[in-house]
Design a protein around this ligand. Sequence first.
Ligand SMILES: Nc1nc2c(ncn2[C@@H]2O[C@H](COP(=O)(O)OP(=O)(O)OP(=O)(O)O)[C@@H](O)[C@H]2O)c(=O)[nH]1
Ligand SMILES: [Mg+2]
Length: 608
Amino acid sequence: MPHQKRRKDVRNVAIIAHVDHGKTTLVDALLKQTGAHVFRDGETAIMDSNPLEKERGITIFSKNASIMWRDVQLNIVDTPGHADFGSEVERILKMVDGVLLLVDAFEGPMPQTKFVLKKSLELHLKPIVVINKIDRPNTRPKEVAEMTFDLFCELNASDEQLDFPIVYASGKDGYSRLELDDADTDMTPLLDTVLRRVLPPVGDVDQPFRMLVTMLDYDNYVGRIAVGRIFHGKITPNEPIVLVKRDGHHERGRVTKILKYRGLRQMEVDVAMAGDIVSLAGMENVKVGSTLAAPENPELLPMVTIDEPTISMNFAHNTSPLAGKDGGRFLTSRHIRERLKHEAMVNVGVRVEETASGDRFKVSGRGELHLSILIETMRREGYELEVSRPEVILKKVDDDVLEPVEEVVIEVDPEYQGPVMQAIGERKGEVNNITMSAVGTVRLEFYIATRALIGFRSELLMMTRGTGIMYQNFYQYQGFKGEMPSRQTGVMVSMSGGKAVSYALWGLQERGEIFTPPGDDLYEGMIIGVNNKGSDLVVNAVREKKLTNIRAAGSDQAIQLTPPREMTLEFALEFIADDELVEVTPKSIRLRKLHLTENERKLAAKRG
Ligand SMILES: Nc1nc2c(ncn2[C@@H]2O[C@H](COP(=O)(O)OP(=O)(O)OP(=O)(O)O)[C@@H](O)[C@H]2O)c(=O)[nH]1
Ligand SMILES: [Mg+2]
């Protein structure tokens, strides 16, 4: 191998793991240890800065931070652990020279651990394994270390990769150890392991500048910002560069600003060079996967392929009688089209297509979470929408129809094992492993069509009284698995508009769960609850009690309403049937029939 110049003053490392194994909390500990950020009391997961991330307690977007350790600049990328964002993690891996693979000392390797490790090994990265959360009771760090070793073997790691260092840590309490029985110190053992194990970046500053764009950012003052790793050369502000798009087109421009991370903040710098992770402003049309290059060598840098979407939904402007009443500012089909077009530009995994009807758009993404985050973001921006049930995207290869299949792990108390196994069986899932966890829960591992999982999470929660945990991860496309069971219940549909009345709801609640609290505005065709008997039922939920006799009117106080379910977007999307829609406004999430009147529904049913 020819001699490669490496920079000793920088290391680029990504933190990868299954969802919730403690990536963002570990970054807190590193920022604290190096003084890169001063935490206020009770401040946690500082990198989860987006309001949706805070609300859900998960990381949605990868983010950078930079810390100094023993005069070396460590650029750290915190990545999302949820499977829907797996392809983003894959792209991040192209930007770094090393990874910290976190594994929860209690749970052990999970589906997304396998996915991110596989991708890292394929890119010839040499992971550092961090057995995390060792402060938790009932952990089994040694066993988890062995399971992780087995996973490396299963994924055909090279001997060099198999020789991974292990650091035991508690990101939450801010300590790490090289041996389990070492005394607790701080994050020094982990930070020193990073310096020792992660290769300094290769890069020749004398070559023409080239940078691969891995992430996008936006700033009101400077516009779109391209974030990525400089692979060759160096760059100074106002230098002319060429934007090389993935389709080979070139566009000339200039870098207006160069920003580098210091801690959590971006600072303007006068120069950046090979090995640096930087943010460059000035190129409005830049996309993820583009290359920014010096005019004398405008060639694309190789990038990992972008995964195809697996799920799609129809988006349209809100056509319900309550449209515009919840303070939405963007109500028309034109608004929705423009917003979605913008999203398709900046959100790599999202695809937007016009449909024959002209005012409905087919939006495809990498999973339900991926798309529900887009919907949630739009409603916060003031859009009103109606959205159809998620559908999986089928593939046709020669004469075969293929559908996406997921690898799923469910953890439940043993008493629920039977019903859950039965539900998996009904959905044509294939169980491939059943184990007991250290705390006595049963872990079921199985493969199942993505299609069969839509609606399954909410059913699992109901089946296990909210205790069941489920993780899923795209596995592969397989032959179409035929019909799947659909929702077992019908719904109660409001027969007219008006405000929901306690007395009426009270009369209806014995038929099934109610979604709307008294006082809520209803309209004809709106779904107000579940009808436990299979069919749909048109009901009157606005009927006041006749005040014919004083005693009965007085007894209204005695009405005991079960508190209605708090409607979340995830529940709504999973719950609805094909002839139903979710209405999303800045204030409410409502369910409705596609056809609002009973007549229209009957006609539609006749037409098939
Ligand atoms: N006991 C204990 N809990 C931890 C530790 N690290 C994180 N947690 C908790 O685990 C949960 C998830 O932590 P995060 O840091 O958000 O996990 P993450 O891997 O970034 O999650 P995603 O980004 O959504 O994949 C939070 O409730 C943390 O408080 C730890 O070292 N010990
Ligand atoms: Mg996180």
